[in-house]
Design a protein around this ligand. Structure first.
Ligand SMILES: [Zn+2]
Length: 185
């Protein structure tokens, strides 16, 4: 049985460290195609990484999520914040998850997706529009389960893929589903 979804009352202030902006690496850098290591969410370097990911996401226009491999670190850590995105319905604000996995996925839907590590292309990717995700919060290490829908569900699956060494290009149905990007948003 899937545990009851947690209400996520988390902000990056809980990390207690200042995040720095990191350089975002692009395909074909090997780290993007390598499964990330599991991490200890309470370790100081993981807490710092969590703050850095949030800081880097914040300064990147249109960025709704960023995973550790995208800043050159092969670890299962990512941040998500879809709250400002026009396609968003419900959301959980800004959060960082460590060692996250999808517990339940349903209602597949195809939609256009982009990635800071693949800046010139977008792709039509089929993903679940409802997911339940389990992960651990950086800092406390508290285990949480989140039920996410629509655009936030897509962002979560995209970031969990990054942590497994997968890009959206690995999920498209074929070359016909890849497009040149015209605008970033
Ligand atoms: Zn991405």
């Amino acid at each position: 049985m899937t545990p009851e979804p947690t209400v996520l009352a988390w902000t990056e202030a809980e990390l207690g460290v200042e995040g720095g902006v990191l350089e975002v690496v692009r395909a074909p850098r090997p780290v993007l195609a390598t499964p990330g290591e599991r991490v200890d969410p309470t370790a100081p370097d993981v807490v710092q990484l969590a703050a850095d990911l949030v800081a880097t996401m914040r300064v990147s226009p249109g960025c709704v999520g960023l995973a550790a491999p995208q800043v050159g670190i092969g670890a299962q850590v990512f941040c998500v914040d879809v709250s400002a995105h026009p396609k968003t319905r419900g959301h959980h604000g800004t959060f960082v998850l460590c060692n996250a996995e999808v517990l339940e996925a349903s209602r597949n839907e195809r939609a256009r997706e982009g990635c800071m590590s693949v800046p010139d292309l977008t792709g039509d990717v089929k993903r679940a529009s409802r997911v339940v995700v389990r992960g651990e919060l950086p800092g406390s290490g508290t285990e949480v389960t989140l039920a996410a829908e629509a655009f936030e569900a897509r962002a979560l699956q995209h970031e969990i893929d990054h942590c497994a060494g997968l890009l959206f290009l690995d999920r498209v149905a074929g070359a016909h589903a890849v497009h040149h990007r015209k605008t970033y948003l």
